[in-house]
Ligand binder design. Structure first.
Ligand code: ZN
Length: 352
C-alpha cells in the first residue's frame, strides 16, 4: 500500500512538473526532477533499467506504462495507457488519474473540488448545487465577459462566485478559429483537418459535426470558455447526469441530494437508492478509484448504492463491466455494484 501512495505521488509530481515546465521551457521544475528520481528508485527496486536522462524519460512516458519497468504501477495506473500523448499533453487516462487524485490545486478540475470543500465547510448545500448545475449547462460553456459576470449574479456567496469565475479562461485565439460544439456548447478546434471538442472527442459520439455553427459574438468582445478540465469533468458529466435524472423522474429523482455524497437519489418502492455516476475511459482507472479507498470508506457503498456508467461506455468497450470487476480487488467486491444506465433502469423496474 505504501508503494502505491508513493507511486501516485510520483505521477502527480511528473504531471505538475510538466504543467509548470510548459510555462517556462528554460527551467526544468523541481517537481519534475523529484518525479524522475522516484521513478528511478522504483525501477531500481524492481531490478529494471531506468531512463537516465530527461529525453529517455519523456520518451518512456509516451509508452504504455507496462513498459516503464515498475510492475507495481498497475495498482494505480492502467498498464495499457501512456502518461503523455502528442508532445507534452496528458493522455486521457492521465487526466482521469489526476481527476481522482486527492490534493492537487494546479489542475483545472480541482477548482470544482475547492468549491465542494468550501460549500461543505460552510454548509452551503444550495450554492453548491447551483454551481454544479451552472457549470453543467451547455449554454454557459462559452460566454462573453459581460454575460458571464451578469449570470454569476445568481450566486449569493462571493467566494463561490469567485470560484465559479475561475472555472473559466479567456479564449486564446480569435473567434474564427472555433466552432460551437453541438453537444456540449464548448469550443471545437480544427485538429488535423477535423473539428474536435477537447481530448477524447466524446461529443462526436452523440451529435454529428455536420453544419457546424460559428459563435455569434462580436470580434471586439472578450470571450470566456470553461477550462478544459471543467468541460470534461463537470460539463460533460453534468450533461449525462441531467440526462439520467430526466429518465428517472418517475422515481422521484433528486439531483445532487446531500452535498456531493452521491449524484442522484431515487425512490424504489419503500427504499431510497443512491446513484454515483462515473465516466472514465479505462475500467482499470475506475477500479483503482475503489481499490485505493479503505474498506471503511467503501462502507457507504454497501447499502443501496449503485455505481452507474453511461451506456456509451459499454458501446465503446463491450467488456467494460467485466474488465472493471477483474481489476477490482477481491475484498472490495462486496461493497461495489457497477452497472450501465440501461441495467439500472431495468433494476428499478424490477423493484417496483
Ligand atoms: Zn463538446
Amino acid at each position: 500500500m505504501q508503494a502505491g501512495i508513493e507511486l501516485k505521488e510520483m505521477l502527480y509530481l511528473i504531471a505538475r512538473g510538466i504543467q509548470d515546465w510548459k510555462k517556462n521551457w528554460m527551467h526544468v521544475p523541481d517537481s519534475f526532477y523529484k518525479g524522475h528520481s522516484l521513478f528511478i528508485k522504483h525501477c531500481f527496486l524492481s531490478n529494471n533499467r531506468h531512463p537516465n536522462n530527461l529525453y529517455d524519460f519523456i520518451h518512456l512516458l509516451h509508452r504504455p506504462s507496462a513498459e516503464w519497468g515498475i510492475p507495481a504501477l498497475a495498482e494505480v495506473f492502467p498498464n495499457d495507457a501512456s502518461f503523455l500523448s502528442e508532445g507534452f499533453g496528458f493522455s486521457i487516462e492521465a487526466d482521469d488519474f489526476l481527476e481522482e487524485y486527492e490534493n492537487p490545486q494546479e489542475f483545472d478540475q480541482s477548482v470544482m473540488k475547492e468549491i465542494l470543500l468550501y460549500c461543505r465547510e460552510q454548509g452551503l448545500d444550495e450554492e453548491y448545487r447551483k454551481a454544479r448545475s451552472f457549470l453543467s449547462q451547455p449554454e454557459n460553456a462559452v460566454l462573453t465577459y459581460y454575460n458571464l459576470v451578469k449570470k454569476l449574479n445568481v450566486f449569493e456567496n462571493l467566494k463561490v462566485k469567485e470560484h465559479v469565475f475561475s472555472c473559466y479562461e479567456i479564449l486564446a485565439n480569435s473567434l474564427g478559429n472555433y466552432r460551437q460544439c453541438p453537444h456540449c456548447g464548448w469550443t471545437l478546434s480544427l485538429i488535423k483537418g477535423q473539428w474536435k471538442c477537447n481530448k477524447e472527442y466524446l461529443c462526436e459520439y452523440f451529435q454529428s459535426n455536420a453544419n457546424l455553427k460559428e459563435f455569434s459574438f462580436m470580434e471586439s468582445e472578450k470571450v470566456y470558455r470553461l477550462r478544459a478540465g471543467i468541460q470534461r469533468y463537470v460539463l460533460l458529466t453534468g450533461i449525462f447526469e441531467e440526462n439520467l435524472y430526466q429518465r428517472l423522474r418517475q422515481y422521484d429523482a433528486i439531483l445532487y441530494p446531500d452535498i456531493d455524497q452521491f449524484d442522484i437519489q431515487v425512490q424504489a418502492g419503500e427504499k431510497a437508492i443512491n446513484i454515483d455516476m462515473k465516466d472514465y475511459k479505462s475500467p482499470k482507472t475506475l477500479a483503482n478509484v475503489f481499490n485505493n479507498k479503505s474498506n471503511h470508506d467503501l462502507e457507504k457503498y454497501s447499502y443501496d448504492v449503485y455505481i452507474v456508467i453511461p451506456d456509451y461506455r459499454k458501446q465503446l468497450n463491450s467488456r467494460y463491466v467485466e474488465q472493471f470487476y477483474a481489476h477490482l480487488q477481491q475484498v472490495k467486491h462486496k461493497y461495489i455494484k457497477l452497472m450501465t444506465e440501461r441495467q439500472l433502469l431495468r433494476k428499478l423496474k424490477e423493484e417496483e
